[in-house]
Design a protein around this ligand. Structure first.
Ligand SMILES: Nc1ncnc2c1ncn2[C@@H]1O[C@H](COP(=O)(O)OP(=O)(O)OP(=O)(O)O)[C@@H](O)[C@H]1O
Ligand SMILES: [Mg+2]
Length: 426
């Protein structure tokens, strides 16, 4: 500790110094004769404690305090006033300007030393506190750095998991597209034949009409003959149906492709938009249809909902994982065709609950506490990365300030409920 004694009386300086030495106060002592010299010391050196006389030449103790009070000083020392005056107004002014204590002159040894000691303890405590605060600040900065790099790593993990999911879904989706495409192609062959029939019928009839000896009677007979020859009743009947069916098939292909494109989009994780939760579910069901349709019936109860402000790609990713998890829980557990996945939307005043329930195997109590842990999976090696639920938790709870809950009964099934608020806090 460094103590500065500011006192114009040499005798008082010596008494103060001798008392400090006598009581083994561990400190370096500096001296100043007047206020000006004191300020020089305080600004140039790191002084911990100033014993400051009030009445001095050049600048009084009060003026020194005033000066310090308005100055930007990096290291402000504690100040104890040394005074012969009993004027409480002056003392109050000293305290108002930052003095922390006062010692009466002539010094009374015990009073002097106990006040110095208590102030030195205060200084030591403040120093410790400051050091701890600095340490905490540094640790905080370090943690922030780690957190930032974790976020970065997590973002890549989310994208990777999404790509894995797309890879797994790709074969199923190709199959989904293949079905409507196959019947559009087969319809197209029939349509081609019908167009040929039209063409032949018209050509033959024109030939008959152009004959010189054509009569109304002969035209009627020819028409009847060719109409039957080319089966025009059937052609007229079937043609619109084929066109309608093909249109439906092509619409389905377009829908699958558009859902897939939306899902595969590597979305900017900070891009939020208003989305109808029910439309989102419909889109996801198209993407996962092939994984679900052989194991379970999907029962939807979708209540009309206000739009939800969210990152569409991420919520889709959560729904895909929950629905595929449900299908996996049913597959192999219910092989008699009774597999059921129930999907509900329930809006409330502040947000919407999307629930995905299954009548699959359920989750054991032991596993229940781990399912949101990254890399926890009960699936065979190579089938599950164990990231689906941990990423879903992060997306719903951290990114969207929502909630995710699970209810499960062994042997009866599991229901995941996610709640997403309509709006996000700014
Ligand atoms: N609906 C469910 N019914 C029963 N168990 C489930 C259900 N959903 C999740 N689980 C359990 O939680 C585990 C973790 O699920 P999570 O989605 O995180 O990973 P995963 O499905 O194993 O792998 P992936 O990363 O491919 O999604 C699963 O392995 C399974 O044991
Ligand atoms: Mg999963």
């Amino acid at each position: 500790m460094r103590i500065l004694i500011v006192e114009d009386s040499k005798i008082n300086q010596f008494i103060a110094r001798d008392t400090l030495v006598k009581f083994d106060i561990d400190c370096d002592i500096e001296y100043a004769q007047d206020g000006e010299e004191a300020l020089n010391f305080i600004f140039q050196d790191q002084i911990d404690l100033v014993l400051l006389d009030i009445i001095m030449p050049k600048l009084s103790g009060l003026q020194v305090l005033e000066y310090l009070h308005v100055s930007e000083i990096k290291y402000m020392p504690k100040i104890i006033m040394l005074t012969t005056i009993n004027d409480s107004k002056t003392l109050k002014a000293c305290f108002d300007l930052g003095a922390s204590d006062y010692i009466k002159k002539p010094f009374e040894e015990m009073d002097f030393i106990s006040r110095i000691n208590s102030t030195l303890r205060e200084i030591a405590n403040e120093k410790k506190l400051k050091q701890t605060a600095e340490l905490l600040e540094n640790q905080n900065a370090e943690l922030k750095k780690v957190n930032d790099s974790l976020k970065e790593a997590q973002y890549h993990l989310v994208q990777k998991e999404k790509l894995v999911a797309i890879g797994e879904l790709a074969a199923g989706i190709a199959h989904e597209i293949n079905n409507p495409l196959a019947f559009v192609i087969s319809n197209y062959t029939n349509i081609r034949q019908y167009v040929d029939s039209f063409e032949n019928y018209i050509k033959d009839m024109i030939f008959k009409l152009d004959r010189e000896d054509a009569t109304l009677e002969s035209i009627r007979t020819d028409n009847h003959f060719y109409w039957n020859k080319y089966d025009m009743d059937f052609v007229f009947d079937d043609f619109p149906e084929l066109i309608n069916d093909s249109q439906k098939g092509l619409d389905r292909v377009a829908k699958i492709v558009s859902s897939m494109r939306n899902f595969a989009r590597i979305s900017d994780e900070n891009y939020f938009e208003y989305v109808d939760p029910n439309e989102l579910i419909e889109e996801v069901l198209i993407v996962v249809n092939n994984e679900v349709k052989y194991v379970a019936t999907v029962e939807k109860t979708l209540a009309p909902c206000p739009p939800v402000f969210c990152n569409k790609g991420q919520i889709e990713q959560v729904l895909v994982n929950l629905i595929i998890n449900a299908a996996h829980a049913i597959k192999g557990y219910r092989t008699d065709g009774t597999g059921l996945i129930k999907i509900n939307t329930v809006p409330d005043l502040e947000g919407v609950t999307l629930s995905i329930g299954d009548n699959g195997c359920g989750i054991t109590e032991d596993n229940l506490s781990k399912i949101f842990d990254p890399f926890f999976t009960t699936k065979p090696v190579g089938q599950g990365t164990g990231l689906g639920l941990s990423i879903s938790y992060n997306i719903i709870v951290d990114k969207h300030k929502g909630k995710i809950n699970v209810d499960t009964v062994i042997g009866e099934g599991t229901s995941f409920k996610i709640w997403i608020p309509y709006t996000q806090p700014i």
